[in-house]
Design a protein around this ligand. Structure first.
Ligand SMILES: Cc1cc2nc3c(=O)[nH]c(=O)nc-3n(C[C@H](O)[C@H](O)[C@H](O)COP(=O)(O)OP(=O)(O)OC[C@H]3O[C@@H](n4cnc5c(N)ncnc54)[C@H](O)[C@@H]3O)c2cc1C
Length: 430
């Protein structure tokens, strides 16, 4: 079969990795580099993700892929220390003991929070919670104070104006992944050399098996006739094929198929949010031993992530810090303003938070802004999850909108979605 895959992110690469062994596979990627959301900058001899990334011990598919590609030695489990910045102060939040000392919560709140976490961990079937708002469920189980002082700022920084719409199913998924902390805090996985090592290894494997990868090559139309895929337009050329796998965001697929798919309403109903993430190369450390700092206070970003408090500084020889914010639509200033303006506002925010930080500490900056960085997991989202096989013969889908990425998208989820798609193409039942 001749298969065209739209998108060289992890879903597209995973599907190609499996399919190229017995099919003619072409990946079309609109960007200049592979990796999609997990793509990296190449800076002075090292790679660093454009968006901060780590993995969890439960991410079975990516762990297996890393082993299969002979990269197990690159994977390390490191302490990812976390904190919460409230009223001008950073509070460590790594261990149950530290959470117990979090001042905005009373002793009764802490007990209620503990009960909420235990209840969340016991819930196996999250489906009944898909139509319940996270805010309503938190208030019911743990009360208003726990919601207002603990969860509301976190939800706000993750989903902005859509935070009140997010489902309890999403929240349960997050709590279940993030609450397995021992007395020393949480261990997170990272590949020495960055996840670009994985992207490059998958790319090499595809190319060695005869697959073709074209970057800087956006698809402009999927040609469908008599309810069957005929080919893909890229530039002025049409590439004929038997199968198209689209990993692009639902609104892009809708446009590529000229809103003609039977699932058009579903595609139009899936809302994505954007991320404006700055990466700073600094002359000196920003935070004392905190990798990930969530922020309640009023600054233009919702989290600061000091990568070199997670990985050894010697891997980079400069301090690497992300400041990042989600935004909900194209009219948000984080999307409309120039990169320089957003970076300037982030630097001012950092100066207001950290008295020891000065803009003179900044060696260089990068900004990565995309509109399509995550689905908004609002109530009722479960019914919008897209299946690998569509009603159009030869058209398959894998990506952040797929079932394995519910209720939270991840590299692992997109790899599983890509594998599920390749099984569907080859008629393999899972
Ligand atoms: C800020 C941020 C932080 C994250 N942190 C983590 C983390 O810590 N751990 C984790 O596991 N996951 C994390 N993720 C999620 C993870 O990066 C994604 O779930 C995963 O990489 C998505 O892969 P994908 O292939 O499904 O989609 P994408 O990576 O979006 O790939 C789709 C590709 O399609 C291409 N494309 C779009 N339109 C066209 C077209 N017309 N023609 C050709 N190509 C097209 C795009 O350029 C893109 O490369 C994070 C994501 C973000 C945004």
């Amino acid at each position: 079969m001749k298969i065209v895959i739209l998108g060289g992110g992890l879903a597209g690469l995973a599907a190609a990795y499996k399919l190229c062994r017995s099919n003619e596979v072409i990946i079309l990627e609109k960007d200049s580099v592979l990796g999609g959301m997990a793509a990296s900058y190449h800076i002075d001899g090292y790679y660093i993700e454009k968006y901060y990334h780590h993995i969890f011990k439960s991410d079975a598919a990516i762990l297996q892929l890393i082993e299969e590609l002979g990269l197990g030695g690159r994977l390390e489990w490191l302490r990812g220390s976390t904190g919460y910045f409230v009223d001008g102060k950073a509070y460590p939040m790594n261990t149950p003991f530290e959470i117990l000392r979090f001042p905005p919560l009373s002793s009764a709140d802490i007990i209620r929070l503990g009960i909420l976490v235990m209840r969340a961990k016991l819930i196996k079937d999250r489906a009944p919670y898909d139509n319940i708002k996270a805010s309503d469920w938190i208030r019911k189980v743990a009360g208003n104070s726990v919601y207002e002082n603990f969860f509301a700022p976190l939800l706000e920084s993750k989903f902005g104006s859509n935070s009140s719409l997010v489902s309890a199913a999403w929240l349960l998924g997050r709590v279940q992944i993030r609450s397995n902390r021992g007395k020393d805090g949480e261990k997170l996985g990272y590949m020495r050399g960055g996840f670009d090592v994985l992207v490059q290894a998958v790319e090499n494997s595809i190319v060695r098996a005869g697959g073709i990868i074209r970057t800087n090559c956006p698809a402009s139309k999927i040609l469908i006739e008599d309810n069957s895929v005929r080919g893909v337009f890229a530039g002025s050329k049409m590439i004929e094929c038997d199968v198209v796998i689209s990993t692009a965001a639902p609104d892009v697929l809708d446009a590529l198929t000229e809103k003609q798919l039977g699932i058009h309403d579903k595609l139009a109903g899936i809302h994505y949010q954007g991320t404006a993430c700055a990466l700073f190369g600094l002359k000196k450390r920003l935070m004392d031993d905190v990798y990930w700092l969530n922020i309640k206070d009023d600054v233009p970003f919702g989290a600061v992530i000091e990568h070199t408090n997670f990985l050894p500084l010697s891997d980079y020889e400069e301090h690497l810090v992300y400041a990042t914010a989600y935004f909900q639509n194209k009219s948000d200033p984080l999307w409309k303003q120039s990169e320089e303006t957003v970076i300037e506002s982030y630097i001012a925010g950092l100066e207001s938070m950290f008295p020891n930080f000065s803009r003179d500490d900044v060696k260089w900056t990068r900004m990565y802004r995309r509109l399509d960085t995550a689905p908004v997991y609002e109530t009722g989202y479960m019914s919008k999850v897209l299946k690998a096989k569509t009603d159009v013969t030869g058209l398959y889908l894998a990506g952040m909108f797929s079932q394995p990425n519910y209720p939270e998208r991840s590299m692992n989820g997109s790899i599983v979605a890509g594998f599920e798609c390749s099984d569907a193409v080859e008629g393999i039942k899972r």
